[in-house]
Design a protein around this ligand. Structure first.
Ligand code: SAM
Length: 434
């Protein structure tokens, strides 16, 4: 694809993402499935541009709103892919403005006079007077929550949440050092993650379909933060662990590994389709201890498990705010109603988990979100309603879990991209009294 065709593809994708309800990565996947002529370099270039524009959607809209009487949120709402791509080019690579109207198949149309004025005005506009939510790229309605979480670190943390994430793998079969050596021999810049003892970090995203260690199930894709959720569960061989919201089983597989595939991991979810992805992954990893269980309304299937689990993991449904590095459009699709719905589900799953824990056992609550509503508020409400549980601070578990670095202070493990280099996570561990 010529550079102008790549630009046009980015414009089309931005319009599809804006006009639909699907996450950006799904829209992108479909788009390229229908355009086999696009090579991997084309795809990478187009995706990089689309993601950069989605990340900067608020500052780009702010620049666009200068000199108009429209409020920035209204401009952001209606800005087309072409307008966003135009302003992005004017601000970051002005030479790309020449791609509009360059001619040839699939190039964007030439700029009209109004568009040239817009590009000039937007390119000259400064962000100095923009509010923080615009400058740092988050929905205005989350301002109070993010300030409560990050305080004086708001800028630093939001910059880290807007940066591109590395690709983390977990050594699933075999020794991490040997696997890293193998990956390096294939030309991949693999390093050990600093906290998880099983983590391997690739600086750049890489198509794993061609990597032998991945194809044979020796490594799994998993952010280091997710690996730490599994580690802090402190699951031991022979135990009974219930993974109440197992999804496609990322954390269940990590639990089975630390348990040496001995004991029972009951992997539950209400979504049968997601849970179905677990079986082939378990087979690929040569594990047998995971038992998938689809939950129906009210989860009657769990009645016979009352007070039997040494540990219950509640990797609860959440807004995914902590993964904004990987899904830069997700923040703009979030609404106060979605947050309220997530919080209600979190309270419900925690409440369902409590009776499953045996006396003396532990309950681990995790969300890939840094919003206090989904973190501390849930943990504190749970404790208030369940006096037989007490918090077990991360500092007490860190070394036992074999983790590197310094454990977070306080009652809960709050992991952030700026401080820990992971996705954003809130993890609480509670112990049930004997
Ligand atoms: C954060 S995801 C789990 C990710 C998974 N543990 C992993 O490591 O890949 C949350 C999961 O909770 C499931 N879920 C939603 N409501 C639930 C409920 N009431 N009971 C159990 N699971 C639920 C969703 O289907 C989703 O798969």
């Amino acid at each position: 694809m010529r550079p102008a065709a790549r630009l046009q593809a980015a414009i089309e994708l931005l319009d599809s993402i804006r006009g639909g309800t699907l996450p950006a990565d799904r829209v992108i996947e479909r788009y390229f499935r229908d355009r086999r002529y696009a090579g991997s370099k084309d795809r990478r270039a187009v995706i990089a541009r689309v993601f950069a524009i989605l990340r900067d959607r608020a500052p780009l809209a702010w620049r666009m709103a200068q000199g108009s009487d429209q409020p920035v949120d209204a401009v952001m709402e209606r800005a087309t892919g072409r307008e966003l791509a135009l302003i992005h080019a004017a601000v970051t690579v002005p030479a790309d403005l020449a791609l509009f109207g360059e001619g040839g198949a699939h190039a964007p149309d030439a700029l009209g006079e109004d568009e040239k004025v817009l590009a000039q005005r937007a390119g000259d506009a400064a962000l100095d007077t923009a509010p923080d939510w615009v400058r740092l790229g988050y929905p205005a309605w989350l301002d109070a929550s993010l300030r409560r979480r990050f305080g004086a670190q708001l800028d630093t943390e939001m910059v880290a949440l807007n940066a591109r994430a590395p690709l983390d793998l977990r050594a699933q079969l075999g020794d991490r050092d040997l696997l890293m050596h193998e990956l390096k021999e294939q030309g991949l810049a693999a390093t050990a993650t600093p906290i998880s003892p099983w983590g391997i970090r690739l600086a750049e995203s890489h198509p794993l379909g061609t990597v032998d260690a991945y194809r044979r199930g020796a490594v799994e894709v998993q952010d280091e933060g997710s690996q730490l959720v599994a580690a802090l569960t402190l699951a031991r061989p022979g135990e009974t662990v219930i993974d109440l919201c197992a999804g496609a089983g990322g954390k269940a597989l990590a639990l089975a590994s630390v348990m040496d595939d001995r004991g029972i991991i009951l992997a539950c979810d209400t979504d049968a389709r997601r849970l179905a992805e677990l079986e082939p992954r378990q087979r690929r990893a040569d594990l047998r201890s995971i038992r998938p269980l689809v939950l129906r309304d009210g989860a009657p299937e769990l009645d016979s498990w009352t007070a039997r689990a040494d540990a219950v993991l509640v990797d609860a449904p959440c807004t995914g705010m902590g993964t904004w590095r990987r899904a830069p459009d997700a923040r703009w699709r979030l609404s106060p109603e979605m947050l309220a719905k997530s919080c209600a589900l979190q309270a419900e799953t925690l409440h369902r988990a409590a009776p499953l824990v045996r006396p003396g056992g532990r309950l681990v609550y995790a969300v890939c979100s840094l919003l206090p509503e989904e973190g501390e508020a849930q943990a504190e409400a749970f404790l208030a309603a369940h006096p037989d549980f007490t918090p077990s601070p991360p500092a007490d578990r860190w070394a036992a879990a074999g983790l590197g670095g310094t454990p977070p202070d306080g009652l809960w493990a709050v992991l952030t991209p700026a401080r820990h280099g992971t996705d954003g996570f809130f993890i609480a561990v509670f112990t049930r009294s004997r």
